[in-house]
Design a protein around this ligand. Sequence first.
Ligand SMILES: [Mg+2]
Length: 208
Amino acid sequence: MAGPHAPTLAVDVDGTIWSCYERAFDEVERLTGDRLNLADMTSYDYLFDRYSREIGIQAFAFATEPSYCVSRTLYEGCEKALKSLKVLGINVRFVTHNHDPDRMRDPVTAWLQGIFGEVPVDVMHTSENKADHLLEIGAFGIVDDKPESLENVADLGLLAMTLVQPWNKDLVFERPDVNGFVSWDGFLRTFAGVTPCIEHSVFGGWHG
Ligand SMILES: [Mg+2]
């Protein structure tokens, strides 16, 4: 099991371990009359660019409403994959962006700790740089869906992984150091392939 000095992998929340978008689209429909699909989200800032900053913020604020946290459903395979990391000797630390971190911190922490136990949860303002935060907490990498965060982390030479989404698939294609996986069921296989040093210690040195 992972101890306090085990290597730490940061894991984003919205769009990485659960899909906040269907709910955001419900709010967009209420505000604009347009019904969007996930495939429409060809860029991370799609709602902001197509509509306005106000509508984008309002849609995501609705999707990440604190009282809705307990009703969120994780992507299939996510819980098992992240719990497996801990068994394999890797600490998970959730690192998430929000427009109102003070309002979000307690409910999202309670939701995640209800599933994953006493896992640390860092709720940062959307304007803050996750790559800088990774250096501060000593994480060796992140699983995130936001292209800007993935690029910043990869630029530092840290591990950048993402669940492939319509808004980051081009980046995964363009940058070999941004590692995509298409479902959480395939996460551990991708992870093992891009972390040979960790794999060596975690799996008892099968190839050593
Ligand atoms: Mg995200």
